[in-house]
Structure formats: C-alpha cells, structure tokens
Design a protein around this ligand. Structure first.
Ligand code: ZN
Length: 110
C-alpha cells in the first residue's frame, strides 16, 4: 500500500493509537461513552481518521444483530475497534456509519 498519508487532528483533546500514537479521533466527536468492547470500556465516535476497515460481518451483540467491520490503525495495523455498517433494531440505527474505539487501545496524544 505504500506510505500512508496521516491526518493530523487539530484539537487539544485527541485520542491516538496506543501502539504508535497515530491520531485516531477527536474527543469532541464522542457520541457516547456508554459502550463495552472486548477490552472493557469503549466509546462511540461520529468520525475517526487514519484507520483501515476490514470485511463486514454479522455479529450478535447484547443490543441485537449488527453488521460490523473491524477497524485498525492505518499506521501499525493494530485493531482499535469496529464500525457499524448496519443495525437491524430500529432503536440501534443511530450507530450506523459510526465507529467504536476501545479505550484500552487508545492513548491521549496531547
Ligand atoms: Zn497504530
């Protein structure tokens, strides 16, 4: 894939990849902190940067059936969370196109 061009976020509250510190998301873009990932606490973000998306797959979660894809840091390839492609439950539709980042896999960059 060659050298990746990285986006640098301009904020004093930025989450980065824990492994390589690449910027991933602005804390102001958090929609909800009330999520759980494989490693514990996880946040729902409106947008993230510098990630690569895996193949979509169906996953049964506590909130119902979803189509999700893993997202990984574009720089080092570590998985950092997942993206919701589709939610089947009407009450979960707000998550479609949004991103989960696991708190344990993030670091505060600034
Ligand atoms: Zn990384």
């Amino acid at each position: 894939m060659g050298l990746a061009y990285n986006v640098y976020l301009n904020s004093n509250k930025i989450y980065g990849c824990k492994s390589c510190k690449t910027h991933l998301a602005n804390q102001d873009d958090i929609i909800s902190r009330n999520f759980r990932g494989q490693h514990g606490k996880a946040y729902l973000f409106d947008s993230v940067v510098n990630i690569s998306e895996g193949q979509p797959g169906e996953r049964n979660m506590t909130t119902g059936r979803h189509i999700v894809r893993d997202i990984a840091c574009k720089q080092c390839g570590d998985t950092v969370g997942w993206k919701y492609d589709k939610a089947y439950e009407a009450s979960e539709k707000y998550k479609e196109g949004k991103f989960i980042l696991e708190a344990e896999l993030l670091c505060q960059v600034t």
